[in-house]
Design a protein around this ligand. Structure first.
Ligand SMILES: [Zn+2]
Length: 410
């Protein structure tokens, strides 16, 4: 996967090396080549035998809501019983129910409930993931979520790239005043997050700022106001757009040089063209329509034809897609986005890294990058996508450290 992001129809160039070897030192990839040549050149280095496995770059999940408390199993059941969105809301369901649970939790509770999910993601081969806030919807509660993300990043093997999603939904106290909440996000939350970040996150780059541009959440003008304010404060940008309605969010992302525009189910041809002429990555989330049992998925083929850089993610969240497994997102992308396994793998590694601006560090097996590798117990890379519903990862290597996952004797 060396050579950078794979735009449009160039997607799917794996650069496969048969009988390959990777030389790792101090957690960084030094050399990549054929085993024969590498063994001749470096006969006395420590070896880890990967014979019979497919070795890929660690998977990158560029869109997750993995940090939350509680669950919404009741809501899932109601949906299956044919209850309407309104009935579910009236029964206390929806994003707001998770917000209620988070507002009542302290940082330690949020960390402890989220930790097992991040471990499951790692065990399925995800070595880097973006994680959004957005279940607090007040400055205090959102900062608790950011703090939890930083703690989990530090204490878990998986690398986390944080995103502030204060504009995930309109909180109950602003139910009929979306403009009022938009003002709060712009005037108090964004400056507050920046101040807190500079005090608590050391030299780390500012988090992404994201907004849910959708009917029932934030319209295009409110989304623009939030993203432009964030940009002025120096935050890099992302957007949730076109999950249910086409409001023009993808074109807005391209115009503001956002790192990515995500969901993109009902995206118009002109929006796709705007993405194709920009550096903004389209992140498709096939687990979400699957989770909602909907028929429509991202128009991925049109995106590729129009030169869009396409990535995929799980969108793991408690409402619509509780799925830690990028292997499953790859399997869905093959079936519903009509990607080949090679295309889906590139969308889940190098392009996913590009979607969170981590492509200099991860997403491919090439010298100078972090030694994040997954050994899959499959005879051929096409078994990823082809097979689904089980974990095919045998070993995960993170920054050169070896984590046995399954298939070991003891
Ligand atoms: Zn999302």
């Amino acid at each position: 996967m060396r050579g950078g992001a794979q735009r449009g129809l160039a997607l799917g160039n794996l650069g496969l090396i048969e009988n390959g070897a990777v030389l790792v030192q101090d957690g960084i990839i030094q050399e990549v080549g054929s085993s024969d040549a590498m063994l001749r050149k470096h006969p006395s280095e420590d070896k880890f035998d990967a014979s019979g496995f497919v070795v890929l770059p660690g998977l990158v999940d560029p869109h997750t809501h993995a940090v939350w408390v509680g669950d919404r199993a009741r809501e899932f059941e109601m949906r299956l019983q044919g209850k309407s969105y309104l009935e579910i809301m009236e029964a206390g369901g929806g994003i707001v129910s998770t917000v209620k649970a988070v507002r009542q939790s302290n940082v330690a509770q949020i960390v402890s409930e989220s930790r097992s999910r991040l471990r499951t993601m790692f065990e399925h081969g995800t070595t880097t993931a973006e994680v959004k806030t957005g279940y607090g919807l007040s400055l205090d509660a959102e900062l608790r979520l950011l703090e939890a993300i930083l703690i989990l990043d530090e204490t878990e093997a998986i690398d986390l790239i944080p995103t502030f999603l204060g504009a995930h939904a309109v909180p109950p106290e602003f139910k009929n005043d979306v403009d009022g909440y938009t003002r709060l996000v712009c005037d108090e939350m964004l400056p507050g997050v920046k101040k807190w970040w500079q005090k608590n996150a050391g030299s780390r780059k500012l988090p992404f700022v994201d907004v849910f541009c959708e009917t029932g959440a934030f319209n295009l003008a409110q989304s623009r106001r939030i993203l432009e304010t964030a940009k002025q404060l120096g935050f890099p940008l992302k957007i949730h757009a076109d999950e249910f309605d086409n409001l023009g969010g993808a074109s807005l992302a391209a115009e503001l040089h956002a790192a990515s525009a995500d969901h993109l189910v009902v995206t118009s041809s002109s929006d796709i063209e705007a993405l194709g002429n920009s550096e903004t990555v389209a992140v498709s989330l096939p687990c979400t329509p699957f989770g909602l049992a909907e028929k429509e998925y991202s128009p991925a083929q049109e995106m590729l034809e129009k030169g869009v850089t396409l990535a995929i993610a799980t969108d793991i969240n408690p409402g619509t897609a509780w799925c830690e497994n990028m292997q499953f997102a790859i399997a869905l992308a093959c079936r519903y986005l009509k990607l080949t396994p090679a295309q889906a793998i590139a969308a889940a590694t190098i392009n996913a890294a590009f979607a969170i601006s981590q492509n200099q560090r991860v997403g491919s097996i090439e010298p100078g990058k972090q030694a994040d590798l997954v050994l899959f117990d499959i005879p051929d890379y096409r078994h990823l996508g082809y097979r689904f519903g089980v974990n095919l990862a045998h070993t995960v290597i993170k920054k050169g450290k070896i984590y046995p996952i399954r298939g070991y004797d003891d």
